[in-house]
Design a protein around this ligand. Sequence first.
Ligand SMILES: [Co+2]
Length: 486
Amino acid sequence: MAKDIEHVEEETKSEELLENTSSITDSPSKKKKKKKKVTSTENGEQTNGSVKVNLETEKNPIEQATNAEDENDEEEEAEGGTPDSEATKKKKKKKKKKKSGATNNGVNDASNGKITQTEPPSIPVSRFFPDGNYPEGEICEYKNDNLKRITNEEKRYLDRMHYEYYNDLRHAAEVHRQVRQYAQKTIKPGMTMIDICELIENGTRTLIEEKGLEAGNYYFHIQCIGFPTGCSLNHCAAHYTPNAGDKTVLQYDDVCKIDIGTHVNGRIVDCAFTLTFNPVYDKLKEAVKDATNTGVREAGIDVRLGDIGAAIQEVMESYEVEINGKTYQVKPIRNLNGHSILPYQIHAGKSVPIVKGGDQTMMEEGECFAIETFGSTGKGYVHEDGECSHYGKRHDVGHVPLRVAKAKSLLNTINKNFGTLPFCRRYLDRIGETKYALALKNLVDSGIVESYPPLVDIKGSYTAQFEHTLILRPTCKEVVSRGDDY
Ligand SMILES: [Co+2]
């Protein structure tokens, strides 16, 4: 999900409030307390994890052969191994041999002994990783002064403390990869935008095992969709998803930005790609993919946000694309940005520009960022246009008295179902809300809910987007959403 410049200032205010919830940027005294606590839970969790492998492999045949074994190896290395885990491993190996070649509802690929996702996706990602450890993303060493972090004992200790945070994010990322793989294979011209979004959202809900927690008047989604599925077309760069009744059909000549959000315990993966069918856009996509990868490469602890923007711009503008006989230099969309991410807060305080501009703010240890870039054949500047679909409760609002009963009850629904995560009108429809237009407007006018209308460049232009989520771990940078595809 993109962050546009108009929203930047308001969001900065809320950052201070939420900074306390960011576990890594805590004060030193707090850190010490947490260290003890986390270490003990971590050990407990991992023991449980091993036990779980045993139990679940007994019960469920489709969990027989997974790459959980590789994960276990890693765990043993890190933790020095225990007699228990050694036994688990042996047992698992034996099982694997016995069962190889068995058919498991078409999900067991006998050739390599690994289970594969169905089409459409129906197997929760947790089944692929029965020990509860999800695969790491792409690991990148830091540069220059920060290179030694990878072996630094203190940094390694700090890194282990945050295992659960990384693991939640990796879980969300694995769901993202499996859902998008199916989307890339399946979405074709002729489908309606609603069908496309539902395919993605149903896949996410199933694979992530949509779950909530009831607490008083609140119901939090502890793992679910992170934000409305973006499928912005052509000159629309971001924040379009269909509302009910939208008859738009995907065309062969469209440039469609698929922006998918997944989250586990509020740890959000925000990751997007551009889908096209006409090869005439291949160079445009290549330019933007290269620009995003440049941003991902440049990101690091103590790196200035402005320097990242400058590097992205240089790469983006080095591309010339020819579309229907006309040549364009690809322009970065200068009022769209990447952004920092906090738990349950998709747009946290920092913006990652995609043009030069001299922002001296630095990235810091422990932060999570969505690096996203947008390239355009138009002006390289977007404005709001068209019917709004995206909304989100603001993070920084206290109690606001509401006079309209319907607005009050809608706010209740929002609190219960989305909290501060962005949602769209279709999400309100599916949970049974009707005739809410006025109430929603009331909430927007009262400043409780923020609206995010579609953001468009000039008509006739084409825009593309690629986006990844990364964490600046104490020891290394991890691009959690990296896949074989992009
Ligand atoms: Co984003």
